[in-house]
Design a protein around this ligand. Sequence first.
Ligand SMILES: *Cc1c(COP(=O)(O)O)cnc(C)c1O
Length: 373
Amino acid sequence: MTFPPLREELRGIAPYGAPQLDVPYALNTNENPYGPSAACVADIAAAVAEAAAGLNRYPDREHLALREGLATYLSRDVAPGQAPIEAAQVWAANGSNEVMLQLLQAFGGPGRTVVSFAPTYSMYPEYARDTHSRFVAGRRADDFTLDLDAAVTLVEAERPSVVLLPSPNNPTGTALAPEAIGALCEAIGDDGLLVVDEAYGEFRRAGTPSALELLLTYRNLVVTRTMSKAFAGAGLRLGYLAADPAICDAIRVVRLPYHLSAVTQAVALAALAHTDELLGAVDALRAERDACVAWLREQGLHVADSDANFCLFGTFADRHAVWQRLLDEGVLVREVGPEGWLRVSIGTPAEMAAFRAAMMVVLEHPGVAGGES
Ligand SMILES: *Cc1c(COP(=O)(O)O)cnc(C)c1O
């Protein structure tokens, strides 16, 4: 027996995570580059002080006040004329990663199948592994959009209990066509759930609706969101979902006791009171994204269309060499996605200028860029 007595299938596996390096320009984890204002920080500090006075008690395990606040926020994205989202349709946890793990704990598991479509978020197979669910990855089309006919065929063949689909997709930035959501919900039926992961939903381009518009039409639809990206709260660890109240209810069976600390609840509520400020940079970041896509294309590179706050670009014969050359210039991007591609998060104008300057260095050395693969 080797020590420690780790599960067989976990041996030798490297933990998930982007390198956390101390660099001048960190453009690798899709954070919002703009932090909270002094007024927001003061309100958060006051909320934490108030929560601290009651830390001898366990927090509200149903986090009702926070669910109300999140429901109000989500109601901005329902279809015109549709009923607002209610607290009973909302569930929160420590990041949407925990929300999705809870979903698989409740709805996946031994003998059940989870489906997603690659290239996509690399955590999905890990949730499946950790909940002993079978994982099946379909393929996206060459332009990274979802081939709906192939997706429906796969769903009909595999009968998954959970389908995980980000919109916009990470790492490609690709949004899901609205008709795909309805078609998949119908193909999945009452035996499963379609989870549309809208971690980057707030960055979607004008004219791309949120899956929240379809929440009342399909009771097997779950939409997840996070405060980590557009909401400028990656350090907070707060993710949430909107779904049929019966789904929220079921998750309560698998959540750990008091999973959401009083401090987290207080900070998230205080941040929600500053929603407009915290989301204030989203329009500028979208414009910066569109400019970045256009600039990279002008340099002759391939760039995937993006509805997110990052873009996937390439292709490089040796992407690791390009990643390293950018890092040498102080710019950290992410080596992720299909072979030959790299992903850059959208930062401030100064950060993007540094990225472009570093890219010029790369492109002036064809030996490094290596031409197209
Ligand atoms: C960043 C990200 C999340 C959010 O994770 P949190 O745990 O909420 O920080 C979820 N899904 C995708 C696809 C992401 O890229």
